[in-house]
Design a protein around this ligand. Structure first.
Ligand SMILES: Nc1ncnc2c1ncn2[C@@H]1O[C@H](COP(=O)(O)OP(=O)(O)OP(=O)(O)O)[C@@H](O)[C@H]1O
Ligand SMILES: [Mg+2]
Length: 332
């Protein structure tokens, strides 16, 4: 039996991006771009090309597969599982979808040891205890079952990101970030949310979403996710972009970047990715590198300039040594 009452409550908690402790941290401004479909459902994007245009306007440059899959995630109301190496824009895509559609971003940051109390909800034990003590102090005519019924109500419920997202009545992007960092048991928790868009609280009943959030899961593939989770999602593998797209991303994110330097950064990063490194440079590192070059007013990325600024792009000593050797970089 759906517990409709919960959906009417708790508006204050809903503007939440939530950090690893489950606290609310950020809310993004809603511009109300998600439109009501004919059947009362949501239209996130009108078409793949609409997704491309609106994501670009929100500062994210998707390739064709990314735009199409993002469009489908909205149209089919299916969670989107993004897998790929670090720094290729998985988390950023979820944030960009929220910006592009004017939806709020609710974020569940996954980590080892994440549990139901941090992901779904927990009871406010301190407040419950105070209520019990107050009831006891009020006299012996307050019986236990009345107190029990009283302390398992909305007033004593602390909502965490999954429940927050399910309860929201406004358009919501639910980002379940780095899902491969959790223990496999947590995936069990996610299944009810991912397939039925509902959460069951034994004491209160089932909270069903009145408005389905667009769910984005990200993973570095440090472990295989369960087939049960994969089955419920659309899958997109995000990889390093081609040179032209990476140049566009740099030019968009690093104002004042010279065309020639952008080209040199992308070409050098491309060569580094072909080396066997501990950690290949990602888009995030290309952006950092371009910013470093601007700060140092370097207008030509010659071997010495690469050598001097390598710390912006490679983060392991052994990778530095390999790059210096293989790319034949000059010492300062
Ligand atoms: N298609 C893109 N358009 C614009 N910026 C991008 C794009 N892809 C990546 N970026 C940039 O790369 C940076 C890193 O992306 P992000 O943090 O989303 O990586 P990630 O895949 O989530 O990495 P990790 O697995 O380490 O969490 C972003 O801040 C963004 O600036
Ligand atoms: Mg990320």
């Amino acid at each position: 039996m759906p517990y409709a009452g919960l959906n009417d409550l708790g508006g204050g908690e809903s503007r939440a991006e939530t950090d690893r402790t489950g606290r609310s941290t950020v809310g993004s401004a809603s511009r109300g771009r998600v439109e009501e479909g004919q059947d009362g459902g949501m239209t996130w994007f009108d078409s793949p090309s609409d997704a491309t245009a609106r994501l670009e306007a929100a500062g994210y440059l998707p390739d064709a597969a990314t735009a199409t899959t993002t469009y489908l995630a909205g149209a089919l109301e299916k969670p989107l599982l993004l897998e790929g190496p670090a720094g290729v824009g998985k988390t950023e895509l979820a944030k960009a979808v929220a910006r592009a559609t004017g939806a709020e971003l609710v974020r569940l940051q996954c980590y080892e040891g994440l549990d139901e109390a941090r992901a779904l909800y927990e009871w406010n034990y301190k407040k419950q205890l105070l209520r019990i003590q107050a009831a006891n102090a009020a006299g012996s005519d307050t019986d236990w079952s009345a107190t029990h019924d009283d302390i398992f109500t909305e007033e004593f419920l602390l909502t965490r990101p999954l429940l927050t997202a399910i309860r929201r009545e406004e358009p919501t992007v639910l980002l379940i970030d780095e899902v491969d960092k959790t223990d496999i048991e947590v995936e069990g928790l996610l299944l009810e949310v991912l397939s039925d868009f509902q959460v069951t609280i034994p004491e209160l009943g089932t909270v069903a979403a009145t408005r389905r959030p667009l769910v984005v899961l990200t993973s570095n593939a440090s472990r295989e996710l369960s087939e049960a989770v994969k089955r419920r999602c659309l899958y997109l593998h995000l990889d390093y972009p081609d040179a032209a797209r990476e140049r566009e991303i740099l030019q968009q994110q690093v104002p004042g970047l010279d065309d020639r330097v952008a080209e040199q950064v992308v070409a050098t990063v491309g060569r580094m990715r072909e080396l066997e490194l501990k950690k290949a440079p990602s888009i995030a590192e290309s952006v950092d590198w371009a910013r470093t070059l601007i700060a140092l007013e370097i207008r030509d990325l010659d071997a010495k300039a690469v050598h001097d600024t390598l710390g912006a792009v490679l983060k392991h000593r052994s990778d530095h040594e390999r790059a210096v050797k293989e790319l034949k970089l000059a010492r300062s």
